[in-house]
Write a protein that binds this ligand. Structure first.
Ligand SMILES: C[S@@+](CC[C@H](N)C(=O)[O-])C[C@H]1O[C@@H](n2cnc3c(N)ncnc32)[C@H](O)[C@@H]1O
Length: 232
C-alpha cells in the first residue's frame, strides 16, 4: 500500500457525502458512527467525563468526531491533527472550540510535547497509513500520552462481510488496507495493557437487537472494533 501525500485533500469536500453513501448499506450515517465512537469512549474511560483532560483526535479529517468529543467531554481541551490541510481548514472553520493542526504524513513525528494527552484516539486513520509507518506513529502516540493515559484505536473489522462491502464501495478507501484485529492489538501490546472490543453488530433495520451488543464485545464479528491501550 502506497500512501499518496495529503491524499485526503482531494476528498476533503466529498468525504462526508461519499462516506454516507457507502454507509447507507448499514442504514446509518457517518455522524451516527462518529457519535457512537464518542459514546464508547465515555463508557470505556468513565473518568474522562469529570476531568479537565487533554484529548487528541489523530487523523481527525473534517473534525466531525472531534467536535462530538468536545460536546461530550465539555471540560476537556480537545485537539485534532491530520495531514490534509484542506480537511483541517474545513474542521477549524466549522468547530472553533477545538484546536486543529496539520501533521506530516511523510514522517511519523507529531508536534506535541511529551506526556501532553490523557487520551489519544485514532478513528479509521491507521488503515490509510502505510504499515511500515505504524510502529513509528505508535511510538509517537506513546510519547505524547501521559503515564496511565489511554490510546483508543478505532478500526473497521475485515472479519465482518458488510464492513468489507462498505469498504470496497467507498472511493476514499481505494488505497487503504484494513487492519486485522490481532494485528491492531499486537501494535499496541508493547506499550501497555490492551483490551479489544467489537461493536456495531446490527444494522439500523435490526436496531431492536442492539441491546444485546454489550454482551458481545468479545465476538470478533462486529462491524467495528477498538483496541484500548492503557499506557504503563
Ligand atoms: C477515513 S478518514 C477518518 C477521518 C476521521 N477520523 C473520521 O472518523 O471521520 C482517515 C483520515 O486519516 C488521515 N490520515 C492519513 N494518513 C495519516 C497520517 N499519516 N497521520 C494522521 N492521519 C492520517 C486522512 O487524512 C483522513 O483524514
Amino acid at each position: 500500500m502506497n500512501q499518496i501525500p495529503q491524499e485526503f485533500d482531494q476528498f476533503a469536500q466529498q468525504y462526508r457525502p461519499d462516506l454516507d453513501k457507502a454507509l447507507s448499506l448499514s442504514g446509518e450515517s457517518s455522524a451516527y458512527f462518529a457519535q457512537l465512537k464518542v459514546k464508547k469512549l465515555a463508557q470505556w474511560i468513565p473518568l474522562l467525563s469529570n476531568q479537565e483532560a487533554t484529548i487528541l483526535d489523530f487523523g481527525c479529517g473534517d473534525g466531525l468526531m472531534t467536535s462530538f468529543l468536545k460536546q461530550q467531554f465539555s471540560r476537556a481541551a480537545v485537539f485534532g491533527v491530520d495531514p490534509s490541510p484542506k480537511s483541517i481548514e474545513i474542521a477549524q472553520k466549522n468547530y472553533t472550540d477545538v484546536s486543529f493542526s496539520v501533521n506530516s504524513d511523510t514522517t511519523t513525528t507529531l508536534d506535541f510535547p511529551d506526556g501532553m494527552f490523557d487520551v489519544v484516539c485514532a478513528a479509521g486513520a491507521f488503515h490509510h497509513i502505510p504499515f511500515s509507518m505504524h510502529e513509528g506513529y505508535m511510538n509517537e502516540i506513546n510519547r505524547i500520552l501521559k503515564k496511565n493515559g489511554t490510546f483508543v484505536l478505532f478500526e473497521l473489522n475485515p472479519l465482518n462481510p458488510v464492513t468489507v462491502m462498505i469498504f470496497r464501495r467507498n472511493p476514499i478507501d481505494k488505497n487503504a488496507c484494513m487492519l486485522w484485529p490481532w494485528y491492531a492489538r499486537s501494535l499496541n501490546s508493547k506499550y501497555g495493557k490492551v483490551r479489544t472490543k467489537f461493536y456495531s453488530f446490527f444494522p439500523h433495520a435490526l436496531k431492536y437487537l442492539r441491546f444485546t451488543e454489550p454482551f458481545m464485545t468479545k465476538v470478533p464479528f462486529g462491524a467495528l472494533y477498538a483496541v484500548i491501550m492503557n499506557k504503563k
